[in-house]
Ligand binder design. Structure first.
Ligand SMILES: Nc1ncnc2c1ncn2[C@@H]1O[C@H](COP(=O)(O)OP(=O)(O)O)[C@@H](O)[C@H]1O
Ligand SMILES: [Mg+2]
Length: 390
C-alpha cells in the first residue's frame, strides 16, 4: 500500500487561473484575489502526507476547500499547480489513459448524496463501478458486488430498489459500490452528513469495523468535529483553502497551532477523544468456559474478585461469571455465564458513559469477532477524565 503525498497544491477556479497563482505568490488573500480578478481560490498551497492505511480526515467549514482538495487527489478536479504522488507514481503527470487506470483500480469514492440510480436494483447499483472494468466477467462482477453488499450488511437486499431502503441503507450501497472495486484508497466526501445522528453513529461504527477488516487508506471529509475526532487517525483542518493544521486529535486539542483551531476545538472535552482502546486495561485473569467451579472460585479468590469474565479458547468473549452464583454449584462454570454489555475499541468515553453508568462490573472491550481485548473499570475512566487540565 502506498502513501499519498500532496505538495504545494493549488486549485484556482475561473478563466486563466495562472493570473491568480502570481497573486498568491505575492501573498494576496483569497478575498483580495476574488475582488481583483474574479478568480476563486479553492485550495491554496497545501502540502501534507497521507500515510498508507490510515483514516485521514479533512475538516473545515463549508466553502473551506475540502471537496476541491479531495477531488484533486485523483484529478476529478485538475489542480492548477503542485503535485500529488501515490507511492512513486506522480498522479499529476499521468496521461489520460494512465489516469483512468489509476482511478479505476486505486480509488473508490463515496459522496454525501448517495448518488444511486433509482431505476437500478441495489445489486446493479453496486455493480456500477465495475462496469468500466472490461477485464472482468459479468459473473465475477456480480460476485464481487454481492461480496461488497455482504460486507456492509446488506445481504439479501440485492433485488430491491433504492427507494425501498432507508437513508442509512442507501449510503451502505454507496459504500458497497466503492468497495466492490477493491480500491486501496477510499475517498469519502461527507458521506454521513445527511443522516440522522443515531444512524450516523451506526455508520461510523460500521466504517471503523470495515477499516479494521480491510486494508485501506481512507480520506474522509466532514464538517463535524465529533465525527473527525472519532474517525481520524489524523485530522487536517482547512480554512479558506489552506490547511492550517494537521495532527492527531490529541495534538489538535492540546496544541492548537493558531487562534482559529483553538476556537474550533474549544468546546471539546477529553471524553470525546478518549476511546475504549485508550483506557482499557488487561484483565488480571480470565475464566475459561471449561473451568470447573473450584478453579473459578480459586481464581476469583486469588485475584480478589467477585466476578470474572469468561472466554472460550484463547480469548473469544463469552460473558461474566459471578461468585455468588457459584457458591453451591457443582461441575463446570458453563451454565453460569451471563451475558453482559460490551464495548468496541473505537467508542469514545462520551458514548460509553451511558453504558457504564448502570454497570456494577467492568466493561469488556471486544473486537468485531468478539475477542476480548481488554476491560474498562470505572476508576480508570474517572482518572483519565481528571487528566483534563494537564
Ligand atoms: N466549480 C467551481 N467553480 C468555481 N468555484 C468553485 C467551484 N467549486 C468550488 N468552488 C469554490 O471553491 C471554494 C471551495 O469549495 P469546496 O471545495 O466545495 O468547499 P467545501 O467542500 O469545504 O465546502 C469555495 O469558495 C467554492 O465556492
Ligand atoms: Mg464539500
Amino acid at each position: 500500500m502506498e502513501k499519498i503525498q500532496v505538495k504545494k497544491l493549488v486549485k484556482i477556479f475561473g478563466d486563466n487561473p495562472k493570473r491568480g497563482l502570481k497573486l498568491l505568490k505575492k501573498g494576496h488573500t483569497k478575498e483580495e484575489i476574488l475582488a481583483e480578478t474574479g478568480l476563486t481560490v479553492g485550495v491554496n498551497d497545501v502540502s501534507f502526507d497521507i500515510n498508507a492505511n490510515e483514516i485521514f480526515v479533512i475538516m473545515g467549514l463549508s466553502g473551506s476547500g475540502k471537496s476541491t482538495l479531495l477531488r484533486c487527489l485523483n484529478r476529478l478536479i485538475e489542480p492548477t499547480s503542485g503535485e500529488v504522488k501515490l507511492g512513486d507514481s506522480n498522479i499529476t503527470s499521468l496521461d489520460k489513459k494512465e489516469l483512468r487506470d489509476v482511478r479505476k483500480h486505486k480509488f473508490g469514492m463515496v459522496f454525501q448524496n448517495f448518488a444511486l440510480f433509482p431505476q437500478r436494483t441495489i445489486l446493479e447499483n453496486t455493480e456500477f463501478g465495475l462496469e468500466v472494468h472490461d477485464d472482468i466477467t459479468e459473473e465475477n462482477r456480480k460476485e464481487k458486488s454481492l461480496d461488497a453488499l455482504e460486507k456492509v450488511g446488506l445481504k439479501g437486499w440485492e433485488d430491491k430498489y433504492p427507494d425501498e431502503l432507508s437513508g442509512g441503507m442507501q449510503q451502505r450501497v454507496g459504500l458497497a459500490r466503492a468497495l466492490a472495486v477493491e480500491p486501496d484508497i477510499l475517498l469519502m466526501d461527507e458521506p454521513f452528513s445527511a443522516l440522522d445522528p443515531l444512524i450516523k453513529r451506526e455508520m461510523q461504527d460500521q466504517l471503523l469495523d470495515l477499516y479494521e477488516e480491510l486494508n485501506k487508506t481512507i480520506v474522509f471529509i466532514t464538517h463535524d468535529l465529533d465525527e473527525a475526532l472519532k474517525l481520524g487517525d489524523r485530522i487536517a483542518i482547512m480554512k479558506d483553502g489552506e490547511v492550517v493544521q494537521v495532527g492527531t486529535a490529541e495534538e489538535i486539542l492540546t496544541d492548537a497551532k493558531n487562534e482559529y483551531v483553538r476556537e474550533f476545538v474549544q468546546n471539546v472535552n477529553r471524553s470525546q477523544i478518549l476511546t475504549a482502546e485508550d483506557i482499557m486495561i488487561k484483565p488480571k485473569a480470565v475464566l475459561y468456559e471449561n473451568d470447573g467451579i473450584k478453579t473459578a472460585k480459586y481464581k476469583m479468590k486469588r485475584n480478589g474478585l467477585t466476578s470474572m469474565f469468561a472466554v472460550k479458547g484463547k480469548r473469544k468473549f463469552k460473558g461474566i461469571v459471578r461468585l455468588e452464583n457459584l457458591i453451591d454449584a457443582k461441575k463446570d462454570i458453563k451454565d453460569f455465564i451471563e451475558s453482559t454489555k460490551t464495548a468496541r475499541p473505537y467508542e469514545t468515553l462520551d458514548e460509553l458513559f451511558g453504558d457504564m453508568a448502570d454497570l456494577d462490573v467492568p466493561l469488556p472491550v471486544v473486537d468485531k469477532d468478539n475477542n476480548l481485548l481488554g476491560i474498562i473499570v470505572k476508576g480508570t475512566v474517572l482518572s483519565n477524565l481528571a487528566g483534563e487540565d494537564d
